[in-house]
Design a protein around this ligand. Structure first.
Ligand code: NDP
Ligand code: HEM
Length: 494
């Protein structure tokens, strides 16, 4: 992005040259001091603009780092999708990424224990495509109505305005489907050593589609080529005090030094004919698709090789959304994904305004033509001139027709069922967390998990709530619950 410096003198925002940009116009008084004048437009603008510098921060994922780079196709997946940017080995697509913590505010420390968001905007030849992922493969809830409650319980208590262990654990005890995600949060992966050493996962099942109407269900995985590396809890806590932007600067400096972070993108696939064989509900993002049955198929490489020049204009003003998709990728019936299709554009309209797609950082690199969306605050385009602002005009035919580049037959996905409220918890919710505990975590990682989580639970003030938390983890594994109880009791009795 070029920073324009047309003259060697300062001007007002309207272009008038200024005699001085560091002094206000004053009536000098004999006794000393001075009176400023309402006619001093520069002074008034300077103050008024400063007071309006803040825009609402993201309600979640407020603290972040941005990076630019490219995605390059390394493997042929033309049997799965006709999406242009995923086809043609060697093809490169420009990307903009934003990697964030979730709960705390924009000014918070970035090493604190949390999930990390991993949002990628691909500027493709078919319009923008966004992947808005997290660094853990599962999410805490599977019903979108719980999303605001989940996040409030991780944020600040309405009275104390502080994070609150009772509120956090009360939510999770009341929503036990979150236990799988909690296992990741309190594992070593809850405190990454570097954002160059985290993975990212779609979590949701998406659809990759072909022009003939065929499709596969997919889950997308992004693996750090440098491997996953983590901080200990003590290191993370120390850095939060001594270097609160540790992860931000680590990433920025690595890119500045030419040590470009890279990641491998791959997919797990399910053919629609094989859905009944899937051992889990693939639209439930509290569950993973087991690797043994659904092996990873490599697709391409993601490389970050450029830092933003201006954080506010390129990253804070960026708007990512799972609804931003190109032909060849479609949403699935995951209720969380369906809710997110609405949530992000709605949040962007609130945070950035109704014309947020026009901001340079969000603008597609292909021509955009939607003359039925026009006007609105801060519309700085040509606003479609005199083109009809209603559909199907015979008076002013534009020569455009629907989906000129589309050429896709609709995918046939038959969905049926009764209308219900559904939130039941079953033993299946504990199977995969148990597999993580028993089969994946080493003895040392188990030890660390118990240490990490017991320190947090020990801050719960109510004895009965702590008992409920122990019982939650007993459902994962009896001895896990016992070990947590023992470790918590040692801390509480000190
Ligand atoms: P696998 O043994 O094939 O997969 C286990 C996966 O766990 C690894 O491939 C790795 O995924 C991830 N992993 C490795 N070490 C750790 C760690 N210390 N902390 C957290 N995750 C780790 O078996 P399944 O696919 O059957 O999964 C078994 C359990 O593993 C699941 O229940 C889930 O809890 C966890 N898991 C599964 C993933 C999946 O998509 N199937 C992804 C991540 C975890 P990665 O290479 O992505 O880091
Ligand atoms: C940011 C809503 C679930 C990843 C956000 C924002 C909202 C939101 C409102 C702020 C957007 C903005 O102001 O621009 C929701 C809702 C969810 C949900 C309603 C569930 C129903 C998830 C899940 C993931 C995720 C499951 C990951 C798999 C992210 C990321 C960001 C984000 C990475 C930051 C995007 C950025 O960098 O701008 N979410 N979210 N969210 N969310 Fe979600």
């Amino acid at each position: 992005m070029i920073v324009a410096r047309p003259h060697n003198f300062y001007t007002l925002a309207e272009g008038k040259p200024l005699p001085s940009n560091d002094s206000s116009v004053q009536v000098r008084i004999k006794q000393g001091g001075g009176l400023v004048l309402l006619q001093d437009t520069q002074l008034i603008e300077t103050l008024a603009h400063f007071f309006r510098e803040r825009i609402p921060e993201r309600v979640v994922h407020a603290k972040a780092i941005g990076a630019r780079g490219y995605f390059q196709v390394t493997h042929d997946i033309s049997d799965l999708t006709d999406a242009d940017f995923l086809n043609g080995i060697g093809k490169k697509t420009e990307v903009l990424a934003r990697i964030s913590t979730v709960g705390p505010e924009a000014g918070s420390a970035d090493t604190i224990r949390d999930f990390h968001g991993f949002a990628i905007k691909f500027k493709t030849a078919e319009g923008n495509n966004d992947w808005v992922f997290n660094n853990q493969p599962v999410f805490f809830v599977r019903d979108p109505i719980k999303f605001p409650s989940l996040n409030r319980s991780h944020k600040r208590h309405p009275a104390t305005h502080s994070t609150d262990a009772d509120m956090f654990w009360d939510f999770h005890v009341g929503s036990p489907e979150s236990v799988h995600a909690l296992m990741f949060l309190f594992s070593e992966r809850g405190t990454p050593a570097s954002l160059r050493n985290i993975n990212a996962y779609s979590g949701h099942t998406y659809k990759f589609t072909k022009k003939d109407g065929s499709f596969h269900y997919v889950r997308i995985h992004v693996h750090a080529d440098a491997g996953v590396k983590n901080l200990t809890n003590d290191e993370a806590v120390r850095l939060a005090g001594t270097s609160p932007d540790h992860l931000t600067l680590d990433m920025f400096n690595a890119i500045e030094e030419g040590n470009y972070p890279s990641y491998t993108v791959s997919v797990q696939t399910i053919h629609p004919a094989d859905v009944a064989l899937c051992p889990v509900n693939m639209f439930d993002m509290t569950k993973v698709l087991p690797h043994a049955r659904y092996p990873l198929r490599p697709v391409g490489k993601l490389v970050f090789n450029r830092n933003p020049i201006n954080y506010f204009s390129e990253i804070e003003q960026a708007a990512f959304s799972p609804s931003t998709m190109v032909p060849g990728i479609e949403p699935s019936a995951d209720p969380m994904l369906q809710a997110r299709m609405f949530a992000y554009p709605d949040a962007a309209r609130y945070r950035l305004g109704v014309n947020y797609q026009m901001l340079p950082t969000n603008a597609a690199k292909v021509p955009v033509y939607i003359p039925t969306e026009r006007d609105g605050f801060m519309n700085f385009g040509a606003n479609y001139g005199a083109d009809p602002n209603y559909v199907n005009s015979s008076v002013h035919p534009t020569g455009f027709h629907d989906a000129a580049r589309w050429g896709y037959k609709p995918t046939e996905e038959v969905l049926s069922g009764s209308v219900v409220f559904t939130s039941e918890i079953t033993d299946e919710d504990f199977t995969q967390p148990r597999a993580l505990w028993t089969n994946v975590l080493s003895k040392e990682e188990q030890e660390t998990f118990v240490k990490n989580i017991s320190g947090d639970i020990a801050a719960v003030k109510r004895d009965w709530l702590r008992e409920k938390v122990f019982d939650l983890f007993r459902r994962v594994n009896g001895s896990l619950g016992d070990r947590i109880e023992e470790a918590v009791n040692k801390i509480v009795k000190v």
